[in-house]
Structure formats: C-alpha cells, structure tokens
Design a protein around this ligand. Sequence first.
Ligand SMILES: [Cu+2]
Length: 300
Amino acid sequence: MKKGFGVAFMLFLVTAGTVLFHVFSPWWWTPLASNWGYIDDTIILTFWITGVVFVAVLGFTAYCVLRFSYQEGRRSEYKPENKKVEWWLTGLTSLGVVGMLTPGLFVWNEFVSVPKDAAVIEVMGQQWQWSYRLPGKDGVLGTTDVRQVNDKNPFGINMKDPKGRDDVLISGEDLHLPLDKPVKVLLRSLDVLHDFYVPQFRAKMDMVPGVVTYFWFTPTRTGTFDALCFELCGVGHYAMRSKVVVEKEGAYQAWLKKQQTFAQSLRAAEKQSGAESKVASAQGSGNAAGGGSPPLVTGR
Ligand SMILES: [Cu+2]
C-alpha cells in the first residue's frame, strides 16, 4: 500500500462524513414564520463558502500526505516565497470573505430600517421572566424611567405621562401579535444582558440594561411559538421562556380587549395594598400579609 494512504483515507472519511451529515442531518431550522428569509439565505451562503473551503483544505492535505510522504533520500525544496501562489491565495480568500460579508451588510440595513407603519411593542427581560407592553388606545407607548421601577410599576412607566396610563401590560402571560402586520420590538432589560429570541422569526437582539435596543419583523403565519432567552443570564436562564401567539386580526383584537392597562393594574395594586394594610392593622403587626411577589428591583 502506498505510504500515507491510511491518513489520506481518514481525511477523506472525515470530509465525506461531515458533508453527508450536513446534507442529511435530521436537525435543521424550524420553519420560517416571518419576513426574514434573508437571514436563512445569508447563512446558507456561508455554509456553501465555508463548505467548499473545508473540502478543498482537507482534500489538499490528503493529496500532500499521499504525494509528499517521507522517502529515504528525497529532500524537500526550500521556497520561502512564491508570488503566484500568494496572489492566488490572497485573491481567493478575499473573494470568500467578501462573499460572506457583503450580503450581511444589505440584510443588516433592512434589519434596522423599520417600516413606517410598524406597530411598536416593548419586551422587558429580567431574571428570569418576560413581560410585554403594548400601546393603548392612543397608539403610543408612555415614556419610562428606570428610577420609577417598583413592584407596582414594573416597567418604570412615567407616572406623569398621560400616554402611559392606557399602555397594556402583560406579565407572565403569552404575547399575542396580529398576522402580517410589521412590528417594531423595543427591548429593555432590568438587570443583566438578555436576548429576546423566537427561532421561527429569526430576528433577535441583545437587551442591555439602561439601553433600548430594537428589531422589527412581520409575522407571516399563525401559530404559537416559543420565545427564548438567547443570552446566558444566570442560573434560571434555561427557564426564561414565554410564548408568542400569532393570530388573525379579529382574534388578536378580542385578546387585546381582555388585557389590563397600566391604570387598571395600579388601581388593583392600590386596592390590594389597602386590603393588606387593613389585615396588618387588624393583626396589630406591621409586616403581615406576605404572599405578594417580591419587589422587582431592590436598592438603587
Ligand atoms: Cu435572560
């Protein structure tokens, strides 16, 4: 058997196995449910370019092992420079890098150019749950201030801003969205880095405390989708989940009507604390009636 054949054959097996596994893999993306087919296209293009390079590099290595194995008395040639080879390598590498980066620039430009008619919603991440805020009847989200965040006002909605009063707040429940309507998603975090990700929408973005980031997308099919945190954010990261329900306009409006506004939740909280303080005074103790959720932010 020719010297080096065993190694070359192993390299061939690794190459063929990798390519076959990629093509016939049982794991692939979940079916798309948004306008972001572009994201899939750019990733597939990257697979093609890196795949061709992978096969070429391993093929070349196998060839060299076969062709240039050690032989008694044969000396290697010393060639510190080879202009022709270097030009080829530089040219092909540049082509590959340009091929992978250029489409991404166009897609990114689309990704951050929000359509004018996009509805605005807000997603708030905190260890380890999601909450959502939708504009109320006025169609505008009220302004916020982190200094106003407390257990009665988890979003820190500006108490003096009348536009915030009718904002719809959703905590610990599914988010619903209407089909085929572009939506701009504002992303905030109360504590550490999180990342709001619905795999079927493809779009995602980090959430940074103190900064409002955003992305936009248009849901293109109805269904219930998992929302995940895509940024390791502590021991409860794996459980930081929610669901996004995409439905037709009628069903969406019916759901929206049932949700609580900020003003309503404030009134409910006041009633609750009124009842609690009555219980507390009846018991003659200042710290009765636990049971409520702990404050979202403690200290400053
Ligand atoms: Cu998280």
